[in-house]
Design a protein. Sequence first.
Length: 104
Amino acid sequence: MKIEKEVLGYSFMSKGNTEVGKVSDFILDTTLWALPYLRVKEKAVLRSREILVPWECLAEFSLANECISTNLDEAVLKNAPEAPREEELSDSSVERAIRDDYQL
C-alpha cells in the first residue's frame, strides 16, 4: 500500500478543527529527499484554488478519521497565497515568500 494514495483526498483541518479543504498532493524535494509541502485544494463555493502548507505546520494525521490537522488558524489558511506551479518552486525567492506567509 502506498501512503500517498491513502491520504490523498483526506480532509485538511485548521487549528480550530474546521475543514479547509482536501489533500490533493505532496511536494517532493528531490535534492533533499524531503516532503516540504502538502498541497491542499480549498473547500470553497465561489472559487477553487490550491495552497501549499509547510510540513512543519502539520499537527496530526488521523487514518481513522481520514484527516490531517494543522496548527494554523483558518484565517491564515484562507489568506495564504495560491500555490505556485511546481516549476516555480525551484526559485528560492518563491519558496521564501511561501514560508514568510506562514511566518516560518
